[in-house]
Design a binder for this molecule. Sequence first.
Ligand SMILES: [Zn+2]
Length: 113
Amino acid sequence: VAGEEHAERRKERLARNESLFREVNERIGQISDHGSFEPIEFLCECGEASCTETIPLSRSEYEQVRSDPLLFVIKPGHGTADVEAVVEEEARYEIVRKHEAEGRIARETDPRG
Ligand SMILES: [Zn+2]
C-alpha cells in the first residue's frame, strides 16, 4: 500500500507541475503579439520540473489545446502513459489528454475555467 501511496503522490506532483506550466504558457500567450502569425515558443507541459524544452506553436494550435482543461501540449515522448493518453501526434509536439481519474487537478486549476 505504501507503494500505491507513493504512486499517488507522484501523479499529484506531475499534475500540479503541469498546471503550473499551463499558467506560465497562458502568460506567454497573453504577452505575445496577437496579430502575429509567427509561432510562439511555449513551454513543454509534461510535468517534469526539470524539463525546460519549448515548443513553437501557432496561436490556433495553442488555442486548440486550451479548449479542453484536460489537454496539455508536450514534446514528443514526454508523456506519462499512466496519467494521460496521446490524442494528437505532430513532428513538433504531442497533445495529451489526462485520464478522467487524474483530471481533477487539471480541472480545478483550469485558467479559463
Ligand atoms: Zn517536457
